[in-house]
Design a protein around this ligand. Structure first.
Ligand code: NAP
Length: 300
């Protein structure tokens, strides 16, 4: 979002300065001279005032320059919902795609090629994609059915790959018109990509694959002007973890492993996603950011 000094801003700023100078100098004549000087400088140096405002804005908010058009999968609840809300607050145009019915969102089943094609065609050109839709069940390997294992691969990894492919294909056709601008994809992995826990081998396998896919896609995406990164959240309070986080024993187990001493909130993942999408992360691609209160650093 560009901030411009419009006609009204200069007189307003001049009035503000007038008030400041008058309160500093009891001598009205000296103050009057000061005001004339300041207003004169502001009127003649309008472009430099603009430049300073831009510098200050950039310093305080690395998202100030761009309003993006972003599709968030799994945006009906949990981390995906928080990502949508964060991006909307920043002025982005956000489309949430989910299995669930949602106001203003679109239907998207990330496991279906047709559903992805319909969704990407209907939303048009995108600057960002957040692959957040995911599932997780708890079962030991001996008790896990093939269908349950396969479903985790379908939703968590194939669903992410289909989104990446869909966006890349649309960028390829854009590249032919030599009108390429930078886009960004953020995949949601998990600490379980590197920290295995019992009764979730199917989930652990699918999330480990996201880290590898993210690297491979980043290499190919560079030629298309698309950065690809992942976030590996720790334990985050969402409907997915609701059941676990009402059990004091489970909470104590988690808190004993997390140096921050608490589980995370969805907004704490959303802010990382918004950074990775932004121009502030323009030199960041192929990496996984662990947002886990230090759990993986602890290594237990
Ligand atoms: P959540 O609350 O269960 O939300 C997931 C959303 O994805 C739901 O709205 C779900 O819809 C949707 N979804 C599931 N299958 C889909 C499909 N085939 N197509 C489209 N949407 C689908 O989960 P969350 O905790 O926010 O997790 C979001 C992502 O973060 C997941 O990838 C998860 O693995 C990852 N993650 C979560 C945590 C955590 O502690 N919460 C930690 C690490 C990583 P339905 O409800 O209809 O299934």
């Amino acid at each position: 979002m560009n901030l411009e000094v419009r006609n009204i801003t200069v007189p307003f700023t001049a009035l503000l300065w007038t008030w400041i100078v008058l309160s500093l100098f009891p001598d009205w004549w000296a103050a009057f001279g000061g005001i004339i000087l300041i207003v004169g400088v502001m009127l003649t140096q309008k472009s430099s005032v603009n430049a300073w405002i831009q510098v200050i804005k950039r310093h305080h908010d690395w998202r100030s320059e761009t309003d993006m058009r972003v599709l968030v999968t799994g945006g009906a609840q949990g981390i995906g919902r928080a990502v949508c809300e964060k991006l909307e607050q920043l002025g982005d145009e956000v489309i949430s795609g989910d299995l669930q019915e949602q106001d203003g969102g679109i239907h998207l089943d990330v496991t279906s090629e047709d559903s992805w094609e319909d969704a990407l065609d209907s939303v048009g050109p995108l600057d960002g994609l957040v692959n957040c839709a995911g599932i997780r069940t708890r079962n030991l390997i001996v008790d896990t059915t093939y269908e349950e294992f396969q479903k985790h691969l379908d939703v968590n990894i194939a669903g992410t790959w289909l989104g990446i492919r869909g966006m890349f294909r649309r960028r390829s056709s854009k590249a032919e018109s030599s009108d390429i601008s930078y886009a960004s994809i953020v995949n949601i992995a998990s600490v379980n990509a590197v920290i295995a826990v019992p009764a979730q081998a199917h989930y652990v396998a699918s999330k480990g694959a996201i880290v590898g896919l993210t690297k491979a896609a980043a290499i190919e995406g560079a030629a298309l002007g698309v950065r690809v990164n992942a976030i590996a959240p720790g334990a985050i309070r969402t409907p997915m973890t609701e059941e676990r986080l009402v059990d004091p024993q489970q909470v104590a187990w988690l808190e004993g492993r997390i140096p921050a001493g608490r589980v995370g909130e969805p907004e704490e993942i959303a802010s990382v996603a918004s950074f990775l999408l932004s121009d502030g992360a323009r030199y960041v691609t192929g990496t996984t950011v662990f947002a886990d209160g230090g759990w993986t650093a602890n290594g237990v």
